[in-house]
Write a protein that binds this ligand. Sequence first.
Ligand code: PLP
Length: 398
Amino acid sequence: MVSEKMKALGVKKSVIREIFEYAKVRKAEIGAENVFDYSIGNPSVPSPDIVKETLTTLLTEKDPAWLHGYTSAQGDAGVRKAIANYLNETYGAGVSENLIYLTVGAAAALTISLNAVLADGANEEVIVFAPFFPEYKVFIEKAGGKLVTVPCKEPDFQIDFDAFAKALSPKTKAVIINSPNNPTGVVLSEETIRKLSEILAEAEKTYGHPIYLIADEPYRELVYGDIEVPYLTKFYNDTIVCYSFSKSLSLPGERIGYVLVSPKAEDANSVYAAILGAGRALGFVCAPSLFQYLIPSCLGKTSDISVYETNRNLLYQNLTNYGYTCASPDGAFYLFVKALEEDAYAFCERAKQYELLLVPSDDFGFPGYVRIAYCVTTEQIKRSLPAFEALATSYKQH
Ligand code: PLP
């Protein structure tokens, strides 16, 4: 006998992975250049040079026993200090290295945070705004919580505050936000964050316990134009930031990120102790040491994100010209496009006839749309435009 829950998770691949696998097969059949694979959020631009330079220096100049050895569970003290300094200088975030915990990417930051804040056996609720990163459901349920979804407003995919206020309950323990957003690319404005914070602070008073605002931030730096992503600790006390270097430095396979507990959180030291405990119970030991030591020289640096901006502009302008509608894509590297028929799966099947591999939005908790991950070459975008146009035309003819 094995765990049926775990088996089910292992057997049923995510829809993104299924399409990603299909893409591999199709590319082998007809040539990679003829398949327009928009399935997965794997950064397409190389890491900035500083990554290679720092890794080379570390590997050639440092004692291997130190470099590859265990660090303390919460991460190297010097690295945590560098992160805190950077956040305080850049955002005036008012954070402390003693409340930073280095993790195996944002995914681990999220699972650790959820396991830390959800009380044992209490079936507490975690509110997420749909559409949302599908793994939230897996992470919340594994931590013993209950997922409560609040659909965003169409067509701008901002928070529906009336629906949010109704979703709050005495059981609400946490709210996850993800801005810039996967899958919509939408960025939450400062005004939105202020309003969200006010409602949450009021709910904390009403229910008499902290409600943690968990900010999932793998896309923080990926914004285009003069858009700003507000730093949460400045607006709401019970904030936990789950950050990742996967996308900003194009290092998703290296698995490095952190959890940060706001010093203003009620009983911040207990929350941090629970973070340490959750990391321990989940068997993380410590984040990859080589990549911890890389961080100080890379803070504030990114891969060349102008490529994503070019891709976004090309896709957004052309797709809207062809008659598609989509959320305003200010950040990340996703477009969330309304399917041209009600069933997004059927739409994706039809798109495959044009070799366009798109992800139906059902697993993101918001049916009727598709996600386009435009972290691909600009060349692919250009070559795929006639396919998008032909797909739209095919709906006009029937
Ligand atoms: N959260 C969101 C919204 C994501 O899109 C991803 C990855 O795509 C993650 C978390 C996980 O990121 P990481 O690679 O840092 O674990």
